[in-house]
Design a protein around this ligand. Structure first.
Ligand code: MG
Ligand code: FE
Length: 168
């Protein structure tokens, strides 16, 4: 019974921690390079702070499961995050590609937290629920913000590039 559910939960925690390290790296790189889009920069900076809290929450839950946080990898995934941000920075439409990537990433995170929440009961770690729900709420708000701002970011990008509508 709870033994296997708990080990599955711990694997999920480990993967989510790696995911949040990647999120942190992505947002650090992006927020450094988004001066032309102050609203995006402000939201990224806010979510970067939330992401650091999410990492602490995952570490707390990890420890409450009797696991040592020293076994969590801190860099492996971050290389990928850096590569994504760098690849996008080469192209002129970096802001658009980053917006699409963030839209995908935040929804990935939502699924990861929902999955952890679905395991809480069976894993015998109900105490983790409020922490995971808090992080899930932050991801949902960030995902909604990114999705709601696709059009406005696109219009800002076009204006900055001096792109005019066809026929004007
Ligand atoms: Mg996150
Ligand atoms: Fe997030």
């Amino acid at each position: 019974m709870p033994e296997s559910a708990k080990s599955l939960f711990v694997v999920g925690l480990r993967n989510s921690h790696a995911m949040e390290i990647q999120a942190r790296e992505l947002m650090e790189r992006q927020s450094e390079r988004t001066d032309d889009y102050p609203e995006v920069k402000a939201r990224l900076t806010m979510h970067l702070a939330e992401t650091k809290e999410q990492l602490v929450r995952l570490e707390q839950i990890f420890e409450s499961c009797g696991e040592s946080t020293s076994t969590l990898k801190d860099t492996a995934q971050s290389i990928m995050g850096n590569m994504m941000a760098m690849a996008h920075s080469v192209a002129g439409d970096e802001i658009l590609k980053n917006t699409f990537a963030n839209n995908a990433f935040e929804n990935f995170e939502i699924a990861a937290y929902r999955s952890l929440l679905a395991m809480c009961g069976a894993a015998g770690v109900e105490s983790a629920r409020p922490l995971l729900e808090k992080s899930l709420e932050e991801e949902e708000k960030m995902a909604a913000w990114v999705a709601e701002n696709v059009e406005s970011v696109t219009r800002q990008y076009m204006a900055k590039e001096g792109i005019v509508a066809a026929g004007v």
